[in-house]
Design a protein around this ligand. Structure first.
Ligand SMILES: [Fe+2]
Ligand SMILES: [Fe+2]
Length: 147
């Protein structure tokens, strides 16, 4: 039996969560070690922003939000609240991956970027956790309703 489209989307979202987590780990290491050129870190931060935007698009277009709306109307408020967090995180990631201000010393850049990154990462982590919880609930209800 082939999986339903909703299962494919669910799987895709989880894969993207994993890929994002891997990239975040890689960037965190670079920000801690400071052993690579700033340009390289800026490039990865830009990649993070691009990956994040694609991920949000997947979630918003026929992803778990639509699924929640169809099968679990009582979860709509939670799904909408999560979706409303996307623009702010998109903005933060764009700021993180932005061009380096020539007035900023390398030392200050590393310091500032690490600080921003840690805050951004915590916010995204909280968001993804809430999302995973919501997806689980939607699917538990779905399975329950077919018994
Ligand atoms: Fe999300
Ligand atoms: Fe997500």
């Amino acid at each position: 039996m082939s999986p339903e489209p909703s299962e494919l989307t669910f799987h895709k979202i989880q894969q993207q969560h994993q890929r994002l987590a891997d990239l975040l780990n890689q960037i965190e290491t670079l920000l801690e070690q400071r052993s690579r050129p700033i340009d390289e870190v800026v490039r990865l931060l830009g990649q993070l922003g691009d990956q994040l935007i694609k991920h949000f698009e997947t979630e918003e277009a026929g992803g778990y939000f639509a699924e929640a709306l169809l099968h679990a109307p009582q979860l709509v408020a939670r799904a909408n609240a999560l979706m409303l967090q996307h623009p702010k995180m998109t903005q933060s990631s764009r700021k993180l991956g932005g061009a380096v201000d020539p007035e900023t010393s390398p030392e200050a850049w590393w310091e500032q970027t690490r600080e921003r990154f840690v805050a951004f990462r915590a916010e995204l982590h909280e968001h993804e956790r809430a999302e995973d919880g919501l997806i689980q609930e939607v699917y538990m209800r779905d399975i329950g309703s077919h018994d």
